[in-house]
Design a binder for this molecule. Structure first.
Ligand SMILES: [Zn+2]
Ligand SMILES: [Zn+2]
Ligand SMILES: [Zn+2]
Length: 302
């Protein structure tokens, strides 16, 4: 497998961090990002860039610009512009998505709890969007506090200029696309290979569907969980098999081998309730499974 990050010295990763560790270079990157118009790309001339940085020694500014052209910046006849790698860095670092840490206090949103039909609230903290039911203590996994019916990794940029209902809807759409990418084996973070890493099956699965509580034996309300890990960036995502109706050959084969037709699963919905009492053949509406970072501390249901 090709790797661009394992070389301890002079690796592209180290070089990238080194490039951004200088104030003038950061200011230059910021100036190029501020001037960048995605519809009408126009390079910045040296004279324009010079006005945007604190340093005033042209030789020094030129030196730092030249350094940046090794990775993030391109020099053209008309001036300087960000390369795609520079834009990616700018989107993550300079736009604040990576370090912003906003919070939203619990506020009611227009969805019904898919366990009890009650009123959930939306909140946001530490980069996670929570839906918490005010009427029940549902726990689909043991890592969730009681009542948290859904928890999803969602970037701070996604909450800007949106009402709580709009955030909830954006999160649903964004999550669905990313989940589809994971199920098809393509990492939604880096586009690397993201094969199935493991399939966990509970041998003694007894969740309490009436109280909406996870099974003590496996810590999940779901009988079977599929784990994908990205070979490139270590991004990990675990999701219940009900998201795989005939989607992935490996999952289909697994169902077949275990005598469970994949038609017994159904796409998740966010409302209504079925009378099924077995997770193994459940068509109980559930929204579960979303991204968790590679440390595996969080599994999410939403
Ligand atoms: Zn509820
Ligand atoms: Zn179990
Ligand atoms: Zn990845």
């Amino acid at each position: 497998m090709a790797s661009t990050t394992s070389d301890p010295d002079g690796s592209p990763t180290n070089e990238a961090f080194h490039l951004l560790s200088n104030e003038t270079r950061l200011e230059l990157m910021q100036a190029l990002w501020a001037a960048y118009d995605p519809v009408d790309e126009e390079p910045m001339r040296f004279a324009e860039l010079r006005e945007e940085v604190t340093a005033d020694d042209p030789g020094g500014i030129y030196y730092h610009l030249d350094k940046l052209t090794t990775h993030f910046v391109r020099r053209t006849e008309e001036g300087y512009e960000l390369r795609e790698s520079g834009k990616r860095i700018a989107r993550i670092v300079l736009s604040g998505t990576a370090i912003d840490d906003p919070e939203i206090e619990p506020v009611a949103v227009d969805v019904d709890c898919w366990y009890c039909g009650g009123q959930p609230t939306l909140s946001y903290r530490d980069g996670w969007r929570y839906l918490e039911c005010t009427s029940c203590e549902a726990r689909c996994v043991d890592s969730f506090p009681p009542g948290v019916i859904s928890k999803n990794e969602f970037p701070p940029s996604g909450i800007r200029d949106r009402t709580p209902n709009e955030i909830n809807e954006a999160d649903r759409i964004w999550g669905a696309h990313r989940r589809a990418s994971v199920m098809d084996g393509v990492c939604p973070e880096c586009a690397g290979n993201m094969p199935i890493d493991s399939i966990e099956v509970c041998d003694d699965h007894r969740p309490d569907w009436d109280a909406y509580q996870f099974c003590e034996a496996c810590g999940s309300i779901f009988w079977m969980l599929v784990s994908h890990v990205c070979e490139g960036c270590k991004y990990r995502w675990r999701l219940p098999t009900l998201f795989y109706p005939t989607r992935h050959p490996a999952a289909v084969a697994f169902y077949y081998d275990h005598g469970t037709g994949s038609s017994s699963t159904s796409p998740p919905t966010s409302s209504g309730r079925s009378s099924s009492t077995s997770a193994r053949s459940s068509s109980r509406p559930t929204r579960c499974g979303s991204g968790s970072r590679s440390r595996g501390t969080a599994r999410s249901c939403g």
